[in-house]
Design a binder for this molecule. Structure first.
Ligand SMILES: *Cc1c(COP(=O)(O)O)cnc(C)c1O
Length: 353
């Protein structure tokens, strides 16, 4: 079986001529710029944001390339991972005709993006311990299956997915396998980026929204072959990453020490939360986590969720999600936040149970 990107793409994508911006036609940095209808006086705000940003994010990608050990032309940057997901649908899936495979319980955005793009989703549940059923997944594949979305570590379960199962899918599927690594920085599992050279049908997603603490900036990364990346670049809105985001993230990338320190702190707090939660007699199960949250099974989860809200502690209710019955998903907070949550849980539980 072989992967042929040109055959997989929606035919019209191949022939589209991308928008060429003023910054494409003249790439010099110095001069009198009267080509983009910008405001020459500066901005209404203190900082100057009056010039359009680099549409290809060259400085940012060059720094990322060093850190991630991958060529700049194998990196796509999107307005959150959500943009990369949407562009993949638009590049590969003919509305009303093609399909993708989802592996619930998993991140909700794949399904939303499929629905927006009028693309059928075929679902193959994870096992009880949230692992793949690779053979069943391949049985769902037909000639119109374009993408399989794998999330590892998985949201909302928090576990890592067995590497050999993901590799089995990559090797035996002729569409694109997306491995969403939003939580990879909290995991002891190495990234799938190292598998890209050998697997032209693999796309790895990561994000600045979690470990880097930059959710508000909206910056997601996709890593893949340069052929796949060039298609995403061709169909993206030209200035999808703001100048402010590019500058701020470039600065962040110069401070690996801080992100590593925060990751260490979060992992310590995850252990703390787990230790404390285990001591609650009604906590039935804490699923092993490789992420910055815990999925916790307890009876009356929805009632507890509502009572926690009364006490201004907000967790995520996953009780209605497949394989997550009676489960709450709790993001790891600071020590103060974790104590506030544990205190509230103590009070709530004596009331309910
Ligand atoms: C949080 C999360 C993301 C991040 O999305 P952004 O749009 O980059 O903020 C991606 N995938 C999963 C599974 C997530 O949980």
């Amino acid at each position: 079986m072989s992967f042929n990107l040109n055959k997989l793409l929606r035919p019209h994508i191949l022939t589209i001529a991308p928008y060429t911006s003023a910054r494409d036609e003249y790439t010099g940095k110095i001069g009198v710029f009267l080509d983009a209808n910008e405001n020459p006086y500066g901005s209404v705000t203190d900082g100057n944001h009056n010039r359009y940003p680099d549409p290809y994010q060259i400085d940012l990608k060059s720094k990322l390339s060093e850190i991630k050990g991958i060529a700049p032309d194998q990196i796509f940057l999107g307005n959150g991972s959500d943009e990369a997901i949407d562009l993949l649908f638009r590049a590969l899936c003919n509305p009303g005709k093609d399909n993708v495979i989802l592996l619930p319980p998993t991140y909700g955005m794949y399904e939303v993006s499929a629905a927006i793009n009028d693309v059928e989703t075929r679902k193959v549940a994870l096992t009880e311990d949230f692992q793949l059923q690779p053979k069943k997944i391949l049985e769902k594949v037909d000639g119109n299956t374009k993408i399989i979305f794998v999330c590892s570590p998985n949201n909302p379960s928090g576990n890592k997915v067995k590497r050999e199962d993901i590799l089995f899918l990559i090797k035996n599927f002729t569409g694109v396998v997306v491995v969403d690594e939003a939580y990879i920085d909290f995991s002891d599992e190495p990234s799938f980026i190292t598998e890209l050279d050998e697997n032209p049908n693999l796309l790895v997603m990561q994000t600045f929204s979690k470990a880097w603490g930059l959710a508000s900036l909206r910056l997601g990364m996709a890593f893949a072959s340069k052929e796949i990346i060039s298609i995403l670049n061709k169909i993206k809105p030209p200035y999808n990453i703001s100048g402010l985001t590019q500058e701020t993230v470039l600065e962040a990338l110069g401070n690996l020490e801080k992100v590593n320190r925060m990751i260490t702190d979060i992992l310590e707090e995850r252990d703390y939360l787990e230790d404390k939660l285990i001591q609650f007699p009604f906590v039935q199960k804490i699923f092993p986590s490789q992420a910055n949250f815990l999925l916790v099974k307890m009876p009356h989860a929805t009632q507890i969720y509502n009572e926690l809200i009364e006490r201004k502690v907000i967790v995520r209710n996953r009780a209605k999600v497949l394989l997550c019955e009676d489960c709450l998903r709790i993001s790891v907070g600071t020590r103060e936040e974790n104590i506030a949550f544990l205190d509230a849980l103590e009070k709530v539980s004596s009331k309910i149970i």
